[in-house]
Design a protein around this ligand. Sequence first.
Ligand SMILES: Nc1nc2c(c(=O)[nH]1)N[C@H]1C(S)=C(S)[C@@H](COP(=O)(O)O)O[C@H]1N2
Ligand SMILES: [Mo]
Length: 329
Amino acid sequence: MVFFDSRPDWQLSASRVTPERIFWQRRRFMKSLIGAGVGLAAASAGACQRSNAGDVDLDTTLGQPLIGVRQNPAFADAGRDLTEQIYASSYNNYYEFGGSKNIWESAQALPADPWQLEVGGLVKNPTTFDLDDLTERFDLEERIYRFRCVEAWAMVVPWIGFPMKAIMNVVEPTSAAKFVRFTSFYDPQVCPGPGLSLSRNLPWPYTEGLTIAEMANDLAFFAVGIYGRTLPKQHGAPIRMVTPWKYGFKGAKSIVKIEFVAEQPATYWNTLAPNEYKFEANVEPEVPHPRWSQATERLIGERTAMFSWEEQPTVIYNGYGDYVAGLYR
Ligand SMILES: Nc1nc2c(c(=O)[nH]1)N[C@H]1C(S)=C(S)[C@@H](COP(=O)(O)O)O[C@H]1N2
Ligand SMILES: [Mo]
């Protein structure tokens, strides 16, 4: 793997990205908490908790440094503090590798090198990208985005990647293409699934979809990195979708195929529970999930009380209305 050379104007995300030094201190801090028995209480405190990350060697999951990546000034500040990486990278949803939030370790079984991403369907130039293409073929930039899971937890992370539009420019969708479908890696030999009895009937592989207009929107992003390095496997190495105005489940991880299609494609969560997980899945505080309110969200991180994190009001389109509201009028 070859990484970007420095450019004169580059500056890797400055102040709000947690320096690794602090990352390490945090990790030691968590270890001492575990030693004192506090971690055990934290780990058993409820369904919507960050993982018991204190005794892990999370450093073994970090990717390779991505050098010379410019921060996009339009997304330098999400209006909230950045989430420390130890929380973002040890509290994940990746059902192929387990049904709990601490799948970071089992996700290390993902075979992410070599990799092929096949892009085709209703396009002029079907193209297959290999692993090096993903970091070398497009101008990489850093964007600090808010992230909002449909389960009402939230974070703020520095993605590195490129706009989805860049791939559209290469493959040139035809005028018949109205939607796009993204397919995640799946191999039943490697992916144990969430471990429930219904595992057998889950609609693998994980797929997601967008309209063509959504994919062409400035915000729609392919991430190949996070926190200055290539993506850890638990975040969806080597390439995943990021659509920050939509709930997190729209962001398919470890993408192997992108198809431009004429009809709205079936997607994983929408197939499983259509009344709970809409195809559109925009962040809308006024529209409750059938089983919980979406009016507020909890920022993952150090817990501020025994059974809750810092609670914040949810904002329409996750705060990105200036970019995307026009798509839905
Ligand atoms: N392939 C795949 N992609 C996935 C998921 C998954 O289970 N499998 N979970 C989704 C959900 S529900 C969320 S909230 C985000 C979590 O991303 P993160 O773990 O990097 O924070 O990934 C999304 N992408
Ligand atoms: Mo989610």
